[in-house]
Design a binder for this molecule. Structure first.
Ligand SMILES: C=CC1=C(C)c2cc3[nH]c(cc4nc(cc5[nH]c(cc1n2)c(C)c5CCC(=O)O)C(CCC(=O)O)=C4C)c(C)c3C=C
Ligand SMILES: [Fe+2]
Ligand SMILES: [Fe+2]
Length: 363
């Protein structure tokens, strides 16, 4: 046995920090085989479908994975870009911009992105960070609202990697930022600038991804956090109760999901005489199948078929400066106590603080 070679990361120098930005994941191609692989992993996660394991695996492999991949592939094809799936394109871009934003704030760290399902996998990115000498990792899920199906599943995956790893980095997890002032301000700014460009509808519909209704009874905070985001966004925009509505989309399976459902609500509103609606999906940090196809295409069509005249979809925060600022501020807050500022930036900060103190003292 030799003790000569350097271990995977050094022990002597200052701890190197990594930020792992984790999103849901998306198929590699808009084809039935790619969808089958993706859906098998996603829907096989016990955090996502919480029914007895053997029963569910029989239904999943016996029925769903025979029918759904082709249907979903056709939907993905309608939003696919030359660079690939929108979710992947945005997530990759967001990680690059986050690296830039944190760098500008003087932080010396590495930002990588990972997907809970598909590629690049969380374990592979954690290995890559370790290989780069990272000894402290901040896990930042792309989900503002906590749910067991999304946020906790990211934690599960990191924990699975940790079980197989000898020399662990220090780990921190961000659980939620549904009421973070910078996130709410970014959403409000996005709505206001959309209104300025496209005109303003008679109602603002805020559509969040759904969950089975029983997860609320089981104690999942997701529903409450969506409602709070909705209320705070409405307050920031000065909207009264009649001027906005929070709904839940993407129902999957026959069970009751969180209500009110997005598309039936739009149909009902159109039948009641609503002509013009703006729709935003505040729970998605990036546009993806669920926003571009299900909302901007399908729900729009349903609203218009029911008598609605104008349906204006407000894009997700994506790479917007305000959205990226919110993520950078969030990361920065959770990095406290992990010195990541370069010496010059730290000195500059110290000088700024001193100047502020001096200014205060001379007043
Ligand atoms: C933002 C939060 C999300 C929650 C909560 C969530 C729960 C959840 N989803 C399914 C089933 C499907 N979701 C699918 C796509 C999808 N879901 C989210 C986010 C949440 N899901 C995103 C961002 C996406 C889009 C991915 C992309 O590639 O663009 C799909 C796949 C598409 C399809 O075949 O319809 C399924 C299936 C369940 C069962 C669930 C339960 C809690
Ligand atoms: Fe989903
Ligand atoms: Fe959907």
């Amino acid at each position: 046995m030799s003790f000569q070679s350097e271990p995977a990361f050094s022990h002597g120098s200052a701890p190197k920090i990594g930020v792992l930005f984790c999103n849901l994941g998306t198929p590699e191609a808009a084809t039935a085989p790619a969808l089958r692989r993706y859906l098998a992993q996603f829907l096989g996660d016990p955090r996502v479908v919480e029914i007895p394991r053997l029963v569910w695996l029989a239904i999943l492999h016996g029925i769903i994975l025979r029918v759904r991949p082709a249907k979903s592939a056709a939907k993905y094809a309608s939003v696919w870009t030359p660079e690939g799936s929108p979710l992947k394109v945005w997530t990759e871009k967001q990680a690059k911009l986050l690296q830039g934003q944190l760098g500008q704030r003087g932080h010396h760290l590495v930002v990588r992105y990972a997907m809970r399902y598909g590629q690049p996998a969380i374990a592979a990115q954690l290995d890559a960070l370790r290989a780069e000498g990272v000894t402290r990792v901040l896990v930042l899920p792309a989900y503002p609202q906590y749910s067991a199906a999304t946020t906790a599943s990211v934690v599960d995956d990191v924990a699975r990697w940790a079980l197989k790893t000898r020399h662990l980095p220090e780990l921190r997890f961000i659980n939620r930022y549904h009421d973070d002032p910078a996130y709410i301000a970014a959403l409000a700014e996005s709505v206001r600038s959309h209104w300025q460009r496209e005109g303003r509808g008679d109602k603002l519909l805020m559509s969040f991804h759904g969950m089975p209704a029983r997860t609320l009874a089981l104690g999942d905070p997701y529903h409450c956090e969506c409602l709070k985001t909705g209320r705070l966004l409405a307050e920031a925009l000065g909207l009264g109760k009649e001027q906005y509505l929070v709904t839940f989309q993407s129902r999957f399976g026959k069970a009751k999901w969180l209500e009110p459902y997005t598309e039936p609500s739009l149909i009902q509103l159109a039948r009641q005489g609503l002509k013009s609606v703006d729709v935003i999906c505040p729970g998605f940090s990036a546009d993806c199948l669920e926003t571009l196809e299900e909302i901007a295409q399908e729900a729009q069509q349903a609203f218009k078929n029911a008598g609605g005249q104008r349906f204006s979809y407000i894009p997700c925060l994506n790479d917007s400066p305000a959205g990226m600022r919110a993520l950078a501020e969030l990361a920065e807050r959770h990095l406290q106590g992990w010195p990541s500022k370069t010496p010059s930036a730290a000195a500059e900060l110290q000088q700024q603080r001193q100047r502020a103190l001096d200014a205060g003292a001379s007043r």
